[in-house]
Write a protein that binds this ligand. Sequence first.
Ligand SMILES: C[S@@+](CC[C@H](N)C(=O)[O-])C[C@H]1O[C@@H](n2cnc3c(N)ncnc32)[C@H](O)[C@@H]1O
Length: 276
Amino acid sequence: MDLRAALHQGTDLLAGSTTPEPRLTAEVLLCHALKRERVFLYSHPEHELSTVEWIHYGRYLYERMQGKPTQYITRTQEWYGRNFRVTPAVLIPRPETEHVVEIALEVARGARTVLDIGTGSGALAVTLALELGARAVATDVSLEALRVAQWNADALGGRVDFVCCDLASGVSGFFDLIVSNPPYIPEREIATLQREVRDFEPHVALLGGETGTELYGRIISQAQGLLRPGGWLIFEIGYQGEAAVRQGLSDGPWSRVETGYDLAGLPRVLRARYAP
Ligand SMILES: C[S@@+](CC[C@H](N)C(=O)[O-])C[C@H]1O[C@@H](n2cnc3c(N)ncnc32)[C@H](O)[C@@H]1O
């Protein structure tokens, strides 16, 4: 079978299983099977698939039709201009989380030390270490996630040390900037999530307790022992979490508490300055 026919057949199969963007997905999976760039599909439509390429392509199509996210099949996600390795041990980094980097670059451009709590693939820690030229520490409760994050730090560069612990309980020292995108989906909402998320992404990366905001309070209190005066705490928040997280910041030594909105106009990033 040649590439033109393989693409056609893959697109039909994916469309039949109501996979979003079937043509684009078929292209990505076929490129992954061929270990080639997308331009090859169009410059060599007559290329005949080898048996191995065909077997791989078929398996990837099957996995995607079962709901496995494309990124877990190709093991990569482009994020803030870099390719991050992702495995089912880590959340696939989302475009919305790039707003955390944007806000950090806006308010804490001079930060020399950064702590990322719940690092997953390491997307925030590695990106901030590189963009700010800072030294980062990143934590996660999942050792498997930290292995992926370490892989990304090694591949992309950036000075990041990893600590396996509950939130920041295993971290000492003082930081100019603390970022966190903790799990924030209320447990009762698990059934309402897309199949790709519910059945394939790690629940430890998704579920934030009964209300979805349980972890924020603990992070806010730990941050007070880890931020330098004048340092910034920047959170990603869920669309329902703003009031509860703001409430958690209202009693403490925090100033300039501000919300940033994503492209859909939803509250997405909350920042606060440590002012003891
Ligand atoms: C929503 S994911 C965010 C991952 C990554 N920072 C990103 O933005 O793509 C949350 C991460 O927090 C980690 N996590 C969950 N509970 C934790 C805890 N108590 N202590 C440390 N990490 C935790 C999960 O393993 C997961 O990697």
